[in-house]
Design a binder for this molecule. Structure first.
Ligand code: FES
Ligand code: FES
Length: 136
């Protein structure tokens, strides 16, 4: 098969974690993928110690986008906002035992949506998150 998904990708695709919305979230972000036009929205619930208490996502995206978002949200849950910034799309792909090369762009949606949600949170709180770039 020219195009194989790992067992972990299939698991997170068929049984995605953290799908949904958070009412009164601390920050949320929506991003679109320039290559395929798919979109993703991420909601964060951040506590007073700037730790991510909960995270949910929704996407109009392919299986790889769903699997990477599921894994990315699992990886940032419970982390501080600084630790969450270290959850790159590369880290997410590694946690999923890899993605087929043509699907690597899909993993960017989750990272970008989490960053956009963190940016929204920082703006609402009037803080600067070191190392966080303004979403495009
Ligand atoms: Fe959007 Fe694959 S191109 S789902
Ligand atoms: Fe669009 Fe995967 S093809 S996110």
């Amino acid at each position: 098969m020219a195009f194989a998904y790992s067992e972990k990708v299939m698991d997170h695709f068929t049984n995605p974690r953290n799908v949904g919305e958070i009412e009164n979230c601390s920050g949320c972000g929506t991003v679109g993928n320039a290559q395929c036009g798919d979109i993703m929205r991420v909601y964060l619930d951040i506590d007073d110690n700037r730790r991510i208490r909960d995270v949910k996502f929704k996407t109009f995206g392919c299986g790889a986008a769903i699997a990477t978002s599921s894994m990315a949200t699992e990886l940032v849950k419970g982390k501080t906002i600084q630790e969450a910034l270290e959850v790159t799309n590369k880290a997410v792909m590694e946690a999923l035992d890899g993605l087929p090369p043509v699907k690597v762009h899909c993993s960017l949606l989750a990272e970008e949506a989490i960053h956009a949600a963190l940016w929204d949170y920082a703006e609402r709180e009037g803080i600067v998150i070191e190392g966080l770039e303004k979403p495009k």
